[in-house]
Ligand binder design. Structure first.
Ligand SMILES: [Zn+2]
Ligand SMILES: [Zn+2]
Ligand SMILES: [Zn+2]
Ligand SMILES: [Zn+2]
Ligand SMILES: [Zn+2]
Ligand SMILES: [Zn+2]
Ligand SMILES: [Zn+2]
Ligand SMILES: [Zn+2]
Length: 1960
């Protein structure tokens, strides 16, 4: 049989059962195996696998699995055998009915994962967290902070009242600990996992379980093991490195892929044999979808949809077969194109590729099959074991068995006998025949080992499935299988980690991440650490990995197993220093090793009472120390002295990262060693460290000395004075600071030799010493701990030389820090400073270790040698001999730099002497408290935020946030943020200030100064010696650290103190720092000294020295003691402000010395006091010197202060950048129009009754007379040229912004209120706004030109404005704009109208409206001559001008030209759509005015106080009012101009007017008129229609304003429309209403009116009564009143803008409600006068009018109005009583009657309530929970990065490929149908608000704050967060006032934005 010759398809094999197994091999299904093996042939290499094949494979597996069962039912719970798997993360189908809410709740739909099935009860949940999944913690329930819960388990247990946290899983590591007894304090009673949980109402089950039938167990076992064998057989042959053959010839020759014979058969026989190959494209994270699509399209020549499919599969599946073909040349051609952009492609035999894919299905099946199986079941009263449990256990067991190999049997058979049928039987004998495979026999690997090692060969989906399989079997399977897994993992560890470090293309998918599951379990981790070689393996991997950089021959990465072997075998005292420059060091993958090491140590530490992992016998400590040697002194640096560095490298970052990782380890190892001491020689581990360190230091020094000696030869040639600096052979040299007392110290010069920050051996030693200090050891000879460990076995005690050499590392580092800060390393570029910062912040704990070792140094060698060594290293000996100049000469540094060094040197002495927390073994909690108090003190009265504080605390001390919170409660007060931009802060409690030491060792200079200032302020009213230090005494003398106190009893020290003071006062050193430091160190000395000898009449050693050591004064033969010097200094002439405080302190010191010092001291003081306390005999020269010096010191202090201020300003800038909303002006609530600097408000002043506004009496008939006043249009200086605009010579205008707005519409969607609607016809409205700033037209043009230029020159930056949309930023206030609105007038005449009696519509009709309407409609209006309308009209709109410019007003030219830009912008802003071009842009302008009026009114509702009597205009920003008038006048002017210029305009205007008036008055018109009806009058927005009339029809009337008449008509309309809307909403759509409001009122009149309205609408009988019964009269009234109120408020605004009407309220009683006041002012009848039984029952005028409106509606869609009412409506009996409640009316009969209206009409009414952004939940996690259950409607998956639209509440996929359209992300797509051009999204997982406007966007802080009053952008801290209403309201206001576009534009403008927002 041949597979390629036949042209007809072979019969489908699908779902035909396999013959039963026919083998003698146990637990093997040879037919199944053969089926899988032959699948490539039977399916023609049809790759990618078809869905049918996948189904067939799964069906076959399932049918073999259940072959031994009585029926499939027994296994699958149904008679059919399933052929699909429910995979995790698969798409959820949406229901057919798309009318559902936008997002569905998935709770009920998604089947719970296998973790939550009944068979899991009693086990650990073990759900592996996917990236971004919610992870919960509970403080009350958890044992520690690492115990976490998945969302399902968290909600399946009760944590009410507990303090819970939630974060997002960061990666694939970590799993749910639910029901793990080691993790929780109590049984959580999880619904799914707890044994104790009994589901309510669960039936009782038989207790004992019967095992499954043996035949079934056997079929399960055979199927599982056969599947596993096939997977392993297949993957063993897969390559672990992807490769592409270089040539066609090479292609067929890869070992595993040799063709099986049948493949090579040629047809016809004469043709060349063909061998099919598959070309595969692999996933990576580097390329974008569009890149892949483009390349695939090019290479395969396919359409983009196909290419897109490929790209999507590659992303989802991990790889995709591009082409299967025998044509190698063609495949290589394709491969070359694809790989051109760096994509990975590989080529392999199609047959093997096919089998790999089949193996992938098998892994999926193994992982997910349990979901298909029944659990425990009861059949005929017998309770069986759960099938899924047995299968899971079986998979587990089989994984731990060795694999069997069958592939070669079948392959061989095909080779041997190509013409035979595919024979499938395999027997033992077949295997025996095969030649023995030697490599296979070498070691017994289990199946799981093979699977683990095959991981790297697989693709994304398979790797994920593999990890899932492991978790679901071995991790969840309980302690035993976890332990076995751990052992296997450890067994293969070297290979796993090698693959991960060096070979893995997608490391994030690596099986390595399992370590977290295994190593963190205490018993397992401890076992691995103590019983296996895992630690040693890790060390050798790390060693080989790093040393490959410097010793590549010995440690080749290419042969890593050789490298690791060498790492174990080859050990040196000192390795070449790492430069941290290699690829290996740059890779972050090594962090994995550090992390795993930490896991093991943590587990090890947790388990008490076991042998130490570092026991001598294991060699672990030796290996660890050896590893530290690798990193010792890495990344050494040398100072550039002559030229500047050329290229700064970043490799210092690698070194610091490494040290950071190390830091966490060193302390843990030291602690582990200490907590599990070995019997025998105490401290032997530390002694071992010392010997390693000693050997290293000796080797290091030897090399350095050789180098120096060689260099000195050169140096002598270039004139550097090296005479005094010659190291001897041992690397030491002699220094003689005090004459006659020379000492020998190591030779080193930081300024010229290579130094490193990193010395892990020393740090480790410091941790070791630190951990031993409180041990109760007694050492021979009464030695202290320090002496013991440094002496080692030597009887002599510590070897001074050894100590000095060893301590060089820390000492050099401190000197290096000082030099860099002093600016001596500037030629090395910027990186040294960055390193200093990181050394003292990121890896500060290492610095602490350095300081601790320096203290030990002092205690070991004594103060004299120690101080000498320090002075020598700092190169400051000369300075402290009183000769600063000489010091500079010798060191080659500048004076100022030396000064800095001296400051640092003294500071170091203070720290080393005063800091005793480590020495005294302060407990971590006390240490923590000390840290907290001191950082709070820095904040002083301003406090600091919680996160700021926690970022400063040492990680070592913060074992839990709980401790921090508890301490904070004691020492701090919390201040909650008050505004919208600040954060909550903590302030140090008053009583805790006594604990504050300004010389705290972790302060920097700035912090110290700040704290000093706060302290001074604090003690302002309590002068005293608060500054006197109180260092704690050192109690424990056994440690050896008590010798620290001896420092101040050294003669060297006295010298240092002496010259610190002398140099400042007499040696021209300009530093107040030095004097302060000197004073402080003297005070410290006094505070610590004890009486030398009790008997010696109270003499103190230090005080004695102060008076005894006589020091030679430079430039004089005199000798002074320190005491004498101090007295000298206390001279009244030292009145410099900077010195006052130090002098006061010196005075105190002197007094102390007098009391303590010996007799001579007392005598000296007596003499001094006798002389009046001060000496008067000062030389003039000296005084002059002092004056000069003080001036200099002052200048220096000022400079320093300036530097600090600059830094502060920088910080402030950063702060404000990070805090948004800084621009909004919350005062007037109009953030985008803020800035009242000029222009605004000037023109708007109706109270301005004096001035030139002449009062003119027009009408006296109605009591109060109507009068007129003048209103000024805005005029001011042009913000561009600063010239006045008022002189009238040039056209000017205001800058405005027209933006499409959906604010009014959006708010109503989904709100529960009646009427609530989304008007079908409603399009986006145009909202107009303005910042009020003025510009000349010409200035505007030049400004705009400059914007264009900028856009052209900066094309790499995203611009704040879009010139395609005519946008610009106001040059003054940066408000976004897009139109220039001309201001052509100076003043407008306003009419102040008094209250008059209302008139009815009918009265107006008969009084003239009727005549006009009739005339207009019948075309009889135009009896006048052509152009007469224009004549009449233009007189109305002539601009008032005070000073016309010479040559006539500019308006005399055609003003419509001026408006062209404006109108075009308006048209463009509404988007491309057909529009009425009658009068270009005028209709848009009209609509824009009405829409703006509506918006302004609705927004103002928020602001107007209930019962306020101020007119509506008072609640609207002045800018907006001014803009309305300017637009209104502009519109009229344009209309006038148009009528004049264009004869057709008049006709068009007339036609439009006819249509409108006809639709209004159709019911009352006589005779037939032919007009095309507009939309029904009731569907037109009231204000919009009124605007049409006032700006259009009115012109036909000749401009005489008939405001009152028209308003009354539209008032009536509003009432009727509101009621019709209720009919629609309640009657047709079943809208729920607020039942409470409708209760209890009866009003026959109203009811009658409403029911009559139903008749006019031709409703089905009974519908209107049902609506009334549901709604209730009171509710009806409320709706009407609300609509009418809004309408009237808008009328007032429109009347003001259009007709200049100012509504007087004189004559109204005070306290009149707003609605009543407005009604009277607008001269309207009451609602009750209209809504009564009379109105619609007679053939009245009103009835005819309203009937006309109703008819229009009805005729538009008669079928709609024939609706029989929503089924939920109550049914009424003929007598009007309710017969059926809605609940029981949900019958078939009721549903029958309901015909769904096909196209709903929505009658327009005034917006009922103020639009708001959607309500957000109080707790943030609620929002998060929602977000992970909502499906995106577009792609029907749960978004990976959900964004919540705050306008409508829809969840969309932000920045996700699934929902992108041409690089436009779903946020932007959704906005198109929601917010229009703006969008406001809560991007949930990032916890940030995204604001967008068109193509631009920005992120701002979310309105959620944690308990500490801080936002948490990115959910980094995971503390519970709560909605802050103030902040959310502000966001809401910004949106409502249309301020988002400007906000976004400003944000973009203020940063260098690169764009890309569209993809969100
Ligand atoms: Zn769980
Ligand atoms: Zn659970
Ligand atoms: Zn709890
Ligand atoms: Zn200008
Ligand atoms: Zn402005
Ligand atoms: Zn939306
Ligand atoms: Zn989506
Ligand atoms: Zn999507």
């Amino acid at each position: 049989m041949s597979w390629f010759s036949s042209t007809t398809e072979p019969p489908p094999h699908f779902q035909t059962p396999l013959p039963p197994a026919s083998t003698d091999i146990p637990h093997f299904d040879d037919q199944l195996y053969a089926y899988l093996h032959n699948s490539p042939y039977t399916h023609h290499y049809d790759l990618p696998l078809s869905g049918d094949l996948v189904a067939d494979v799964i069906w076959k597996l399932n049918s073999r699995l259940c072959a031994g069962a009585p029926s499939p039912d027994f296994v699958f719970g149904s008679p059919t055998i399933p052929s699909v798997l429910t995979r995790e993360g698969e798409q959820v189908p949406l229901p057919e009915d798309d009318d559902q809410a936008d997002n569905m709740d998935l709770d009920a739909r998604v089947t719970l994962g296998p973790e939550y099935q009944e068979s899991q009860r009693g086990r650990t949940c073990g759900r592996v967290f996917r990236k971004g999944e919610a992870v919960y913690r509970c403080r009350q329930c958890a044992v520690d902070e690492t115990c976490v819960l998945c969302s399902t388990c968290f909600h399946a247990a009760n944590h009410e009242g507990h303090e819970t946290f939630f974060t997002l899983a960061s990666g694939s590591a970590g799993c749910c600990d639910c029901n793990d007894p080691e993790a929780w304090k109590t049984d959580l009673m999880c619904k799914y996992h707890s044994h104790a949980y009994v589901p309510p109402g669960s039936p009782s089950m038989p207790q004992t379980e019967t095992p499954l039938p043996p035949s079934l167990v056997e079929s399960i076992r055979a199927t599982v093991s056969t599947a596993l064998d096939f997977i392993i057989d297949t993957l063993t042959d897969s390559p672990s490195k992807l490769s592409l053959p270089v040539s066609a010839a090479h292609a067929a020759l890869s070992g595993a892929d040799l063709p099986e014979a049948c493949e090579m058969r040629a047809t016809p026989a004469s043709a060349a044999p063909r061998y099919y190959l598959a070309l595969v494209l692999w996933n990576d994270e580097a390329h974008s979808f569009s890149e892949v699509i483009g390349q695939v399209q090019d290479a395969l020549n396919v359409v983009s949809d196909d290419a897109r499919m490929v790209a999507e599969t590659v992303d989802f599946h991990g790889r995709q077969v591009l082409k299967v073909s025998p044509d190698v040349v063609e495949l290589l051609r394709i491969a070359r194109i694809i790989s051109h952009i760096g994509l990975t492609v590989s080529m392999r035999s199609a047959r093997e590729t096919f089998r790999e894919e089949v193996a992938g299905i098998l892994i999926d099946w193994l992982r997910d099959v349990t979901k298909l199986l029944v659990g425990s079941q009861v059949i005929d009263g017998v309770r069986y074991e759960s099938v899924d449990g047995v299968v899971r256990q079986m998979i587990c067991d089989e994984l731990f068995s060795p694999p069997r190999k069958f592939k070669r049997v079948l392959s061989q058979r095909l080779v041997d006998n190509p013409d035979a049928e595919l024979s499938s039987t395999i027997r033992q004998a077949d295997i025996a025949q095969l030649p023995v495979d030697e490599s296979a026999e070498r070691e017994t690997k289990l199946r799981v080992d093979h699977m683990i090692l095959s991981d790297i060969k697989m693709w994304k989906q398979a790797r994920n499935a593999l990890r899932g399989l492991f978790v679901k079997t071995m991790i969840v399977g309980g302690e035993e299988s976890k332990k076995r897994m751990a052992l296997r993992f450890g067994h293969s560890y070297l290979q796993i980690i090698t693959n991960f470090l060096l070979h893995d293309r997608e490391p994030e998918l690596s099986v390595v991440s399992f370590s977290v599951q295994l190593f963190t379990v205490p018993s397992i981790g401890n076992y691995l650490a103590t019983k296996t070689n895992l630690l040693l393996t890790m060390f050798s991997v790390m060693k080989a990995f790093y040393l490959s950089e410097v010793l590549p021959e010995r440690f080749p990465l290419k042969n890593f197993s050789l490298a690791t072997r060498n790492a174990q075998e080859w050990v040196c005292d000192r390795y070449p220093k790492l430069t941290c420059d290699s690829e290996a060091a740059k890779s972050k993958r090594y962090w994995q090793l550090f992390q795993e090491f930490r896991y093991l140590l943590m587990a090890h530490r947790h388990v008490g009472e076991t042998e130490s992992a570092f026991a001598e016998s294991k060699g672990t400590l030796d290996a660890f120390l050896d590893l530290l040697r690798v990193w010792q002194s890495m990344h050494p640096q040398t100072r550039y002295t002559r030229q500047h560095i050329e290229y700064e490298q970043e490799n210092w970052i690698q070194a610091f990262n490494l040290s950071l990782q190390l830091g966490k380890l060193l302390a843990m190892v030291a602690e582990c060693i200490q907590s599990k001491p070995e019997p025998g020689n105490p401290c032997q581990e530390a002694i071992k460290t010392i010997s390693v360190l000693d050997a290293w230091s000796a080797a290091e020094e030897k090399e350095e000395v050789t180098k120096v000696l060689r260099q000195q030869g050169h140096a002598a040639g270039v004139g550097v004075n090296m005479n005094q600096r010659v190291p001897s052979e041992d690397g030491f040299h002699t220094v003689e600071f005090i004459e006659g007392k020379p000492v020998r110290v190591p030779f080193f010069n930081v300024a010229s030799q290579a130094v490193s920050f990193h010395h892990p051996l020393q740090w480790f030693l410091a941790y070791q010493i630190g951990s031993m200090l409180d041990a109760p050891w007694n050492f021979p000879n009464g030695r202290t701990i320090l002496e013991h460990i440094f002496a080692g076995s030597s009887q002599q005690g510590a070897d001074t030389k050894l100590v000095c050499r060893m301590m060089e590392g820390p000492l050099q580092t401190t000197v290096l820090l000082s030099q860099i800060r002093a600016g001596a390393w500037v030629r090395n570029g910027l990186t040294p400073r960055a390193q200093v910062t990181h050394y003292r912040s990121t890896i500060r704990e290492h610095y602490d270790q350095d300081l601790f070792l320096l203290q030990a140094y002092l205690c070991l060698v004594g103060p004299d040698l120690w101080l000498n060594a320090l002075l020598d290293r700092y190169d400051l000996a000369q300075w402290f001999k009183g000769d600063p100049r000489a010091c500079a000469l010798i060191s080659g540094l500048e004076d100022a730099q030396i000064g800095f060094l001296a400051e640092d040197f003294l500071e170091l002495l203070i720290t080393l002497f005063g800091e005793r927390s480590r020495i005294n073994g302060l407990s971590p909690s006390l240490e923590l408290r000390r840290e907290i108090v001191h950082y709070l003190a820095v904040g002083g009265p301003y406090g600091i935020t919680y996160s700021d504080l926690s970022s400063r605390l040492l990680e070592r001390l913060v074992s839990s946030a709980q401790d921090v919170d508890q301490i904070l409660e004691i020492v701090a007060d919390f201040k909650y943020p008050e505004g919208t931009h600040d954060s909550g802060v903590y302030l140090l409690k008053s009583e805790c200030w006594t604990e504050v030491d300004p010389w705290f060792w972790h302060y920097d200079k700035n912090q110290r100064e700040q704290v000093e200032v706060h302290l001074k302020e604090k003690y302002k009213n309590h002068p005293g010696n608060w500054w006197v230090p109180k260092p704690p005494p050192i109690h424990n003398t056994a440690t050896g650290f008590a010798r620290l106190d001896l420092m101040v009893q050294s003669e060297v020290f006295i010298h240092i103190a002496f010259f610190a003071i002398w140099n400042t006062f007499f040696g021209l050193v300009q530093s107040t720092f030095v004097i302060n430091e000197a004073v402080h160190i003297l005070a410290l000395a006094l505070a610590t000294e004890k009486q030398v000898d009790e008997s010696n009449s109270g003499v103190y050693a230090f005080s004695l020295l102060v008076d005894q050591v006589a020091i030679a004064v430079p430039g004089s033969t005199k000798r002074l003691t320190l005491l004498q010097l101090l007295l000298e200094v206390l001279d009244p002439e030292h009145d410099d402000d900077d010195l006052k405080e130090p002098l006061r302190r010196i005075e105190w010191i002197v007094e102390q010395l007098g009391e303590r010092g010996g007799a001579t001291a007392a005598a000296t003081l007596r003499t001094w006091k006798a002389g009046g306390g001060a000496k008067a005999e000062k030389s003039v020269a000296k005084a002059e010197v002092n004056v000069q010096k003080r001036l200099d010191a002052k200048a220096a202090a000022a400079a320093r202060k300036a530097a600090i201020m600059a830094e502060f300003a920088q910080a402030q800038k950063k702060f404000s950048e990070e805090n948004p909303f800084e621009v909004s002006d919350t005062e007037d609530g109009a953030p985008s129009h803020g800035n009242g600097a000029s222009g605004q408000g000037e023109g708007w002043d109706i109270d301005d009754e004096d001035g030139d506004a002449a009062m003119e009496v027009i009408d006296t008939s109605g009591g109060v007379a109507e009068r007129t006043q003048l209103w000024d249009f805005p005029s001011d200086t042009c913000i561009f040229c600063q010239e006045e605009t008022a002189d009238g010579t040039e056209t000017y205008g205001i800058l405005g912004f027209a933006q499409p707005s959906t604010v009014l519409r959006s708010a109503e969607v989904g709100h529960e209120l009646v009427p609530s609607y989304l008007r079908a016809d409603e399009e986006v409205g145009l909202y107009m706004s303005s910042c009020g700033h003025l510009m000349h037209l010409t200035c505007f043009h030049s400004y705009y030109a400059s914007i264009r230029t900028r856009h052209e020159t900066q094309d790499d930056r995203s611009q704040p404005e879009n010139i395609d949309r005519n946008e610009f930023l106001c040059p003054l206030c940066k408000t976004l704009g897009n139109c220039f609105i001309p201001v052509l007038w100076t003043a407008k005449e306003e009419r102040v109208v008094p209250i008059r009696e209302p008139a009815t519509v009918e009265e107006w009709w008969t009084a003239g409206l009727g005549d006009f309407a009739t005339a207009l409609i019948h075309g009889e209006l135009g009896e006048e001559e052509e152009g007469e309308i224009h004549e009449k009209f233009s007189s109305v709109v002539t601009p008032h001008r005070r000073r016309d410019p010479p040559g006539g007003p500019p308006a005399a030219q055609d003003p419509s030209i001026l408006y062209r830009r404006l109108t075009r912008t308006l048209i463009a802003a509404l988007g491309p759509k057909p529009h009425d071009l009658h009068i270009e842009g005028m209709i848009e302008m009209r609509h824009a005015i009405s829409y703006t009026v509506r918006c302004l009114e609705v927004i103002a509702r928020d602001r107007s106080v209930e019962g306020s009597e101020a007119p509506i205009t008072d609640h609207i920003p002045a800018n907006s009012l001014t803009l309305l008038r300017v637009l209104s006048e502009g519109l009229l002017t344009c209309a006038a101009a148009d009528l004049r210029n264009n004869s057709e305009s008049e006709t068009r205007l007339e036609e439009r007017g006819q249509e409108l008036v006809w639709s209004i008055f159709a019911g009352v018109m006589e005779g037939e008129v032919e007009t095309v009806p507009l939309m029904p009058f009731l569907m037109m927005d009231g204000i919009d229609g009124l605007g049409e009339v006032l700006y259009g029809v009115e012109i036909m009337k000749g401009g005489a304003a008939s405001f009152w008449e028209w308003t009354s008509v539209f008032y009536l309309r509003e009432i009727v429309a509101a009621l019709v809307n209720v009919v629609e909403a309640v009657g047709f759509r079943g809208m729920e209403i607020d039942a409470e409001r409708g209760k209890g009122q009866v009003d026959e009149e109203w009811s009658a009116f409403f029911c009559d309205l139903g008749t006019l609408l031709n409703l089905e009988p009974g519908v209107i009564e049902s609506v009334l019964a549901r709604t209730g009269v009171a509710h009806l009234k409320w709706i009407v009143d609300t609509c009418v109120l809004g309408f009237m408020r808008q009328c007032v605004l429109l009347g003001w803008a259009r007709a200049g009407l100012v509504f007087d309220d004189a004559g109204l009683p005070p306290g009149t409600l707003e609605a009543e006041r407005l009604r009277r002012q607008l001269r309207l009848p009451t609602v009750d006068e209209i809504c009564n039984s009379r109105t619609l029952r007679s053939e009245s005028f009103l009835r005819r009018l309203i009937e006309g409106w109703c008819l229009q509606l009805h005729d538009l869609d008669p079928a709609y109005w024939a609706c029989k009412g929503h089924p939920s409506l109550p049914r009424l009996a003929p007598d009007g009583s309710v017969t059926a409640s809605p609940a029981d009316s949900a019958t078939a009969a009721a549903a029958d009657r309901y015909v769904v209206p096909n196209s709903p009409l929505y009658v327009a009414t005034c917006t009922v309530r103020v639009p708001r952004l959607i309500a957000l939940p109080h707790r943030l996690e609620k929002l998060f929970e929602d977000s992970i259950r909502k499906v995106c409607k577009r792609c029907r998956t749960i978004p990976t990065d959900p964004a919540l639209c705050l306008i409508c509440g829809t969840f969309v996929c932000s920045q996700s490929y699934c929902c992108q359209e041409e690089d436009k992300g779903e946020c932007h797509i959704h906005a198109g149908t929601c917010g229009g051009e703006v969008g406001i999204y809560f991007i949930v997982k990032k916890c940030v608000i995204y604001l967008m406007h068109n193509e631009n966007g920005c992120f701002i802080h979310p309105p959620y704050l944690d308990a500490h009053g801080e936002v948490d952008v990115g959910l980094r801290r995971g503390r519970p967060q709560f909605l802050n209403h103030k902040r959310y309201d502000e966001l809401n206001r910004t949106w409502l006032t249309h301020g988002i576009p400007s906000f976004v534009a400003r944000k973009i403008e203020s940063t260098y934005d690169v764009g890309g927002w569209m993809t969100l």
